[in-house]
Design a binder for this molecule. Structure first.
Ligand code: DAH
Length: 339
C-alpha cells in the first residue's frame, strides 16, 4: 500500500514538473485527486484492508493527497506569476513614443458657402426648409409649369427611380410643396442636393447643390426681388458688388432673369476670372408664374411673389477661386483644409 502511494505521489510530482500550462496542472489534479483519479481508486480499495489498519492507511492517503495538493498549488501560483510577468512585459508602455495626433476634420467649402448663404437669408427673416431628393415628376416638372414634352426637360434629364419617381433636377419643387400648404405669407430658402444625368467635367457633376428661394405675399414686386438679391450679393461678395439682371426664360417665373455680379477680382474691369467681361453669373430668378400659383391653390390676383435658384457649387468655386468642380468631390483633406 505504502509502495502504491509512493508511486502515485512520484507520478503526480513528475506530471506537475512536466506541466507547461495551468490547464495541464488541472489535468494532473483530475487524474490523481479527482473522482476517478488514482488516489481515489486507492481509497476505494480500503475494504480489502484489515479494519485495524484502515485508520493508518487512511491517514497516509490523506497525507499524500495533502502533499500533492500543496505542490500543485505552488506550481499553479508560480505558473500564474510567470504568465502575469510576461503579459506585463508585452503591455509595457513606452512613454517616450510620440503621441498619436487626433486629426480634426474640416468643414467642406460647399458647407461653408451654404452656411454663409443661410446666414444672410436668415438675417433677412427667411425660414430654411427642406424637400425630398427623390421627387415625383409632378413636383419636379408639372407643378413648375414644365409639362411633358416641354423643351426645358431636355436640359434637365435625370435618374428615374420608376416611371413617375425621379431624383430631383432642381430645388424648385420645394416651392410648390411649400405653397401647396397654403400658409401665407412665405419667405423661405430650401437648400439641397439635386441630380442630373450630366457627364463629370470641370463645371458639371451628376450630383450638385442648389438653394431655392421663395417669397409670396401681397404687393411683392420685381423691385423687392432686385433689392433682396442686390443685398445678398453685397453680403456674400463685398459691399461694392454690383448686380445686373439679364432677361432670361424659366417656365415657372414670368418675367425671369439671370443675375450677374460684378467681378470681385477685377471690380468689373475684366480679367481672366470673369473671362474679360467684368461680370459673373450667379443665379436665376423671376416673379412666380400665375399658372404656378393657381396649381398650388394661391390666387394670383391677390398674391404675388418672387423666386430664385442659386448653384451652391458655383458660389463656392467663385468665392474660393477654385477652378475645377471635381476638386470639391475628391475629399482630399489637403485641399479642403485651405478654406
Ligand atoms: N431651378 C432653376 C434651374 O435649376 C433655377 C431657378 C431659376 C430657380 C429661376 C428659380 C428661379 O427659383 O426663379 O435651372
Amino acid at each position: 500500500m505504502k509502495e502504491k502511494l509512493k508511486q502515485i505521489k512520484e507520478e503526480a510530482l513528475k506530471q506537475i514538473r512536466e506541466a507547461g500550462a495551468p490547464d495541464a496542472l488541472n489535468d494532473v489534479r483530475v487524474n490523481i485527486l479527482g473522482k476517478k483519479g488514482a488516489l481515489t481508486a486507492l481509497l476505494k480499495g480500503m475494504k480489502d484492508i484489515a479494519p485495524e489498519d484502515r485508520p493508518k492507511v487512511g491517514q497516509l492517503v490523506n497525507e499524500t493527497r495533502q502533499e500533492i495538493e500543496t505542490v500543485l498549488d505552488g506550481a499553479r501560483k508560480k505558473m500564474e506569476q510567470i504568465i502575469r510577468e510576461e503579459k506585463m512585459k508585452e503591455e509595457i508602455i513606452d512613454v517616450t513614443l510620440p503621441a498619436k495626433k487626433n486629426s480634426v476634420g474640416h468643414r467642406h467649402p460647399i458647407t461653408i458657402a451654404l452656411e454663409e448663404v443661410e446666414r444672410i437669408f436668415i438675417g433677412m427673416g427667411y425660414e430654411v426648409v427642406e424637400g425630398p431628393e427623390v421627387e415625383t415628376d409632378y413636383y419636379n416638372f408639372e407643378a413648375l409649369n414644365i409639362p411633358a414634352d416641354h423643351p426645358a426637360r431636355d436640359e434637365q434629364d435625370t435618374f428615374y427611380v420608376s416611371g413617375d419617381i425621379l431624383l430631383r433636377t432642381q430645388t424648385s419643387p420645394v416651392q410648390a410643396r411649400v405653397m401647396e400648404k397654403g400658409k401665407l405669407p412665405i419667405r423661405m430658402i430650401a437648400p439641397g442636393r439635386v441630380f442630373r444625368s450630366d457627364e463629370v467635367d470641370a463645371t458639371h457633376s451628376p450630383s450638385f447643390h442648389q438653394i431655392e428661394g421663395l417669397v409670396v405675399d401681397k404687393n411683392i414686386t420685381f423691385a423687392d426681388l432686385k433689392g433682396t438679391l442686390a443685398e445678398f450679393a453685397k453680403e456674400l461678395f463685398g459691399e461694392d458688388t454690383k448686380v445686373k439682371f439679364r432677361p432670361h426664360h424659366f417656365p415657372f417665373t414670368e418675367p425671369s432673369a439671370e443675375v450677374d455680379v460684378s467681378c470681385f477680382k477685377c471690380k468689373g474691369a475684366g480679367c481672366r476670372f470673369c473671362k474679360g467681361s467684368g461680370w459673373i453669373e450667379i443665379l436665376g430668378c423671376g416673379m412666380v408664374h400665375p399658372h404656378v400659383f393657381e396649381m398650388c391653390g394661391i390666387d394670383p390676383e391677390e398674391y404675388t411673389g418672387f423666386a430664385f435658384g442659386i448653384g451652391l457649387e458655383r458660389i463656392s468655386l467663385l468665392k474660393y477661386e477654385i477652378d475645377d468642380m471635381r476638386l470639391l468631390y475628391e475629399n482630399d483633406i489637403r485641399f479642403l483644409k485651405q478654406f
